[in-house]
Design a protein around this ligand. Structure first.
Ligand code: FO1
Length: 335
C-alpha cells in the first residue's frame, strides 16, 4: 500500500476511530462532544497551531490550550479560552509595571505557557509536551498539534500584514482581510503522531470541526503533505459547517467571507472544502441549502449550547461518517 492508495473500507472494523481537525473555541465544543461519544482510544484531535505566538518571552499555543482545557473540563465558560475560576494577579502586576496587557494571561494559564516554554527551550517537541500535559489533565483522547514545526498565520489587511493575534485580539478582527497565509507551512510536516493516526488501520472517519475554515482549518490543511495524507486514508471526511443561518456562532467567519467576496452561505463553505470532503453537516435552519451542495449532506442541529447538544451532534456526525463509509464500501463492491 502506498501513501496515495486508499486502504480498503472492507478491512476496517465497524465503529472504528475518528480523527477530528480543530481550531479553538468552536472546534473544541465538538471535540468535547466526541470525547463523550467515543471511547478515548477511538478519538484523536489534531489542532491548529497557526495561532501560536511568542508573547512576553513565552510560547503561547491558544488553540491547543483551548482544546486541552475544554476536554479537561477546565475551560472558562464565559470566554471559551483560558481557565475557569482564573485569577489575574500577574496581569495586574504587569499593568502596574507598564507591561503589555492586550493579551490576557491568567495566573493558572500562565503556568501552561511557562512550562511549555521551558520544555521547548530544552529541545522537546510540542507534541510530546502537549501529550504529557494531556495525561496530567486526565484527558483520555489524544490531542496533537498539527505539526512540531513553526507555522504562523499572517493576515493581509487594509492595515498591512498582521500576525494572527495582532489581528484577532489586539485589533478585534476589525481590519479588512484580503488574504491569509501560513508562514512556514510549506517547510513543515504533519507531526509523526498525526501521520501515524492517519495511517492507523482502525481509522473510520475524519471530522472537520465547525472552526473558521480560513483562519483555523486552512493552517492545518496548509502543512505540507497534510491534504495528501488526509485523502490517502480513504475514509470519509466530513465537515461540520461553522455557519448557522448565514452567521458564525462566534468569531469573524462571516465578516471574512464578505471581505473575500464570498456569499455568506453553506454553498460557499462547501466550495471551500471541495475536493477534500465527502460529506457536509449543516443546521436545520439552513436545510434549504442542501440542494446547493454536491456531496451527501446531514441536516441536524449544529448549535452547541449545552453539553448534551455537543454529545448529540458528535454522535450524529460519527454515525454520518460510518454511513458514508458503508456507502463507499457498497460502491466499491459493485464496481
Ligand atoms: N482571546 C481574546 O480575545 N483576548 C485575550 O486576551 C486572549 C487571551 C488568551 C490567552 C490564552 C489563550 O490560550 C487564548 C487567549 N485568547 C484570547 C483566545 C485566542 O486568541 C483565540 O481564541 C484563538 O487564537 C482563536 O482560535
Amino acid at each position: 500500500m502506498t501513501a496515495s492508495q486508499p486502504r480498503s473500507q472492507a478491512s476496517r472494523p465497524a465503529g472504528g476511530a475518528i480523527l477530528a481537525l480543530s481550531g479553538g473555541i468552536g472546534g473544541a465544543k465538538l471535540a468535547l462532544g466526541l470525547s463523550h461519544a467515543l471511547p478515548p482510544e477511538r478519538l484523536t484531535v489534531v489542532v491548529n497551531t497557526g495561532d501560536d505566538f511568542e508573547h512576553l518571552g513565552l510560547a503561547v499555543s491558544p488553540d491547543l490550550d483551548t482544546v486541552l482545557y475544554t476536554l479537561a473540563g477546565l475551560a472558562n465558560p464565559e470566554t471559551g479560552w483560558g481557565r475557569r475560576d482564573e485569577t489575574w494577579s500577574f496581569m495586574a502586576a504587569l499593568e502596574s509595571l507598564g507591561g503589555p496587557t492586550w493579551f490576557k494571561l491568567g495566573d493558572g494559564d500562565l503556568a501552561m505557557h511557562v512550562e511549555r516554554t521551558r520544555r521547548l527551550a530544552a529541545g522537546e517537541r510540542l507534541t510530546v509536551i502537549a501529550d504529557d500535559i494531556r495525561a496530567r489533565l486526565g484527558i483520555g483522547a489524544r490531542v496533537l498539534p498539527m505539526t512540531d514545526a513553526r507555522v504562523r498565520t499572517l493576515v493581509e489587511t487594509d492595515e498591512g500584514v498582521l500576525a494572527f493575534q495582532e489581528y484577532f485580539v489586539a485589533r478585534q478582527s476589525a481590519p479588512r482581510v484580503s488574504a491569509i497565509r501560513f508562514e512556514g507551512a510549506e517547510e513543515a510536516a504533519p507531526a509523526p503522531e498525526v501521520a501515524a493516526a492517519l495511517a492507523a488501520p482502525e481509522l473510520a472517519g475524519i471530522v472537520v470541526c465547525p472552526s473558521n475554515p480560513w483562519l483555523s482549518v486552512d493552517p492545518i490543511l496548509a502543512v505540507a503533505g497534510m491534504r495528501a495524507a488526509l485523502r490517502a486514508t480513504g475514509v470519509p471526511i466530513v465537515v461540520v459547517s461553522p455557519l448557522v443561518g448565514g452567521a458564525a456562532v462566534k468569531g469573524p467567519t462571516g465578516k471574512i467571507m464578505d471581505e473575500l467576496g464570498l456569499a455568506r452561505d453553506q454553498r460557499a463553505i462547501a466550495a471551500h472544502y471541495a475536493g477534500l470532503v465527502d460529506g457536509f453537516v449543516l443546521d436545520h435552519r439552513d436545510a434549504a441549502a442542501e440542494a446547493t451542495i454536491d456531496s451527501p449532506v446531514l441536516v441536524t442541529n449544529t448549535l452547541m449550547r449545552s453539553l448534551d447538544d455537543r454529545i448529540r451532534l458528535a454522535a450524529d456526525v460519527v454515525a454520518f461518517c460510518h454511513d458514508l463509509g458503508r456507502r463507499q464500501s457498497r460502491k466499491k463492491a459493485q464496481s
